[in-house]
Design a protein around this ligand. Structure first.
Ligand code: WT7
Length: 645
């Protein structure tokens, strides 16, 4: 390991931080020594309850079971909107910045209340009831947040599908959770390019007979096909709806949303989050990790189609009464200065993005940053993948002018909120380390025998106890949740990540140790890409692995074995790449396809990915033990082919 340059928290920041080093030690101790008392107090401080809870926690990690504040009742939108109306009704809740720099819009908490209620009433008028699943396939426009909140208002469960996913992926997700209503828009716009959302919905719905309604927001105004029995225009009907809608009083453990994410096997899983615990932890981490202060503008650059957008564009910031900036575009349009221009335009105080974006902008050169002021910035954050120290240093010194601490937040779709992260002001920063666990979180590292590693060491990252925003289920498949997260190491939640703990107790995430890829912060299962590749008539078998990629973090490397008689060609490569894009979405396109005469397999027929990873990384002299292979010559053939590529 290269030498670590620990950075003290910038002094002006440390002096005023919300949580000092002593506060962290004291609160963390309390949170693990007496979790019930700690969390009960937080739940009272951070949330408004319709009916107070008496039970705090019920957990059985062996069964993957947790229930938090189970007998309490509350509504998420009362917490995110109504309770702010008396104190900050005119304050901007959502500050929207369009793809085109000429478009922006400020939505106050009062307007947000009205928009959410009207849409909730429109859904009710189409028969939606508490517990129904609603699919959102939306551009990054305020209506995406209205739609999420409108579901929460009436107790419907949203399932947001990222607008970059294909019609096939959309269809699979709609069917898996039996959504009956879809909310979408005519088109999305990103970096000046249009994405035909409504046309994609039309394709998906051709195979979803239960969907009775598609609510369509007119965004670009392009002409779209119309099924007059099913499709309704948002803009035509919203003005006719009542501007008020009573909030449904939800049980703390009632479902709030489903969000699909990739795992090491099979199709993506619908990760289920419930009401109170999720909202509490999203809000609390928002406040403490980002050291958020009244009146500040917070910008998380994620898409609402990912958990980051759920927790840190919508639920956390709004529950805390913040101003949340929502950006439709991309970092490099019209040019690589866009992020920093938006920071200056809207006087952003806290900025949260992904290492892949930082690396891409770093590559574009410092002038794009230096031409802007960025003097409103107070804190920077990263999420999604390990950040390399070089990118960290650039972010710290060039973007933040050495004034802003960086919080490197490790968490997952399944954890709902930050789990391991610096609290700025409480700990010195180490470029590349997510440092310490958040309150109440007890991480551990296990060796290959499942024994806990004490002190310094490296192993599988697990969590020993439940936390309020822990995954509550895989929609429709309890067994799959147990198998994926709670059976590798009984009694622990298994993250799928490896990590190292240094001599000072700080955590360094080393990346996924299962068959999950992290491409530009997007999570993809190797199995999903392989299934797409074998749909081609010429493919006999395919194996996909990740390899280090300068910008994306990981690139997709596919080994494809053709059926006998089929010839490799560039046209075939293009067809295979298109197939991945069509089946999953453009993010799943392989960066590299290598023709494989055979795949290295064990005698029991299991593909030895360890060897394929080495070949993909070009670590050819270090292949490890290949004696368990059924046919070791398969490896030589692959190496020869790599050299010919
Ligand atoms: C996986 C979860 C949760 C936000 C976005 C991704 C990786 C996430 C970090 C970080 C190193 C990170 C892990 C994790 N990851 N944050 N700060 N440092 N790795 O959510 O799609 O559920 O992916 O992203 O590998 O398991 P996700």
């Amino acid at each position: 390991m290269s030498e670590v340059h620990t950075r003290p928290v910038p002094t002006n920041f440390a002096a005023n931080a919300l949580i000092s080093a002593e506060d962290y030690e004291r609160m963390y101790r309390q949170s693990v020594d007496n979790p019930e008392a700690f969390w009960a107090q937080q739940a009272k401080d951070f949330l408004q309850w319709d009916r107070p809870f008496a039970q705090v926690l019920e957990e059985d990690m062996y069964k993957g079971h947790a229930a938090w504040f189970a007998d309490g009742r509350l509504n998420v939108t009362v917490n995110c909107i109504d309770r702010h109306l008396t104190t900050r009704g005119e304050q901007t809740a959502i500050l929207w910045e369009g793809d085109d720099p000429a478009n922006s819009q400020a939505i106050s908490y009062r307007i947000l209340h009205e928009k959410v209620c009207r849409l909730a009433n429109l859904m009710k008028s189409r028969g939606v009831k508490k517990g129904d699943r609603i699919c959102l396939y939306m551009p990054m426009i305020p209506e995406a947040a209205y739609a999420m909140l409108a579901c929460a208002r009436i107790g419907a469960v949203h399932s947001v599908v990222f607008g970059g996913f294909s019609p096939t992926s959309l269809k699979d997700r709609i069917l898996d959770s039996d959504c009956r209503l879809v909310i979408t828009a005519d088109e999305a716009v990103r970096g000046g390019k249009r994405v035909p959302l409504k046309a994609n919905v039309d394709k998906a719905l051709a195979e979803c007979p239960n969907v009775h309604t598609a609510i369509v927001v007119k965004h670009t105004g392009t002409a779209v096909d119309w099924d007059s029995k099913r499709d309704i225009w948002y803009g035509d009907l919203i003005p006719q709806m009542e501007p008020d809608c009573p909030p449904e009083a939800m049980g703390a453990e009632d479902p709030l949303f489903i969000l699909y994410t990739s795992g090491s096997t099979g199709k993506p899983k619908g990760v289920l989050h419930t009401t109170a615990g999720y909202l509490l932890m999203a809000t609390m981490t928002f406040k403490y990790t980002f050291d958020y202060r009244e009146g500040e503008v917070f910008w998380c650059t994620a898409d609402v189609g990912w958990i980051t957008g759920h927790s840190y564009i919508v639920y956390g910031p709004l529950c805390a009464g913040a101003t949340s900036l929502m950006f439709e575009g991309v970092p490099t349009y019209p040019d690589a200065s866009r992020f920093w221009q938006v920071v200056d335009k809207h006087q952003v105080n806290i900025f949260y993005t992904a290492p892949t974006a930082i690396r891409a902008l770093m590559g574009a050169g410092d002038d794009f940053v230096k031409s802007t002021k960025r003097n409103s910035l107070r804190l920077l954050g990263t999420v999604g993948e390990p950040i390399n120290p070089e990118a960290w240093e650039w972010y710290f010194s060039v973007v933040g002018d050495e004034r802003c601490p960086i919080v490197d937040t490790w968490w997952q779709t399944e954890t709902g909120a930050h789990m391991i992260t610096p609290l700025p002001g409480a700990m010195p920063l180490k470029p590349g380390s997510a440092t310490r666990p958040f309150f109440g979180v007890q991480p551990a590292l296990l060796d290959s025998e499942g024994q806990e590693i004490i002190g310094e060491g490296e192993g599988s990252l697990v969590i020993k106890n439940s936390w309020p925003s822990m995954i509550r289920g895989v929609y429709g498949n309890r067994q799959r949740m147990l198998d994926t997260y709670f059976s590798s190491f009984p009694g622990y939640y298994f993250t799928g990540d490896g990590a190292r703990r240094d001599g000072e107790g700080d955590y360094w995430i080393t990346g996924r140790i299962d068959d999950v890829l992290n491409v530009s912060g997007h999570r993809l299962g190797t199995a999903e890409i392989e299934s797409a590749l074998v749909l081609h008539g010429d493919t006999a078998e395919a194996a996909v692995v990740g390899y280090p990629h300068d910008i994306k973090g990981q690139g997709i490397y596919a080994f494809v074995m053709l059926k006998s008689g089929c010839q490799p060609s560039d046209t075939l490569k293009c067809e295979l790449i298109d197939l991945c894009s069509k089946e999953i979405g453009p993010i799943a396109k392989p960066d590299f396809i290598q023709w494989a005469p055979a795949l290295p397999k064990t005698r029991s027929g299991k593909i030895m990915r360890r060897i394929l990873r080495k070949i993909a990384c070009n670590e050819l002299d270090n292949l490890g033990d290949i004696s368990t292979l059924a046919d070791p010559s398969a490896v030589d053939a692959l190496i020869d082919h790599r050299e010919n590529c």
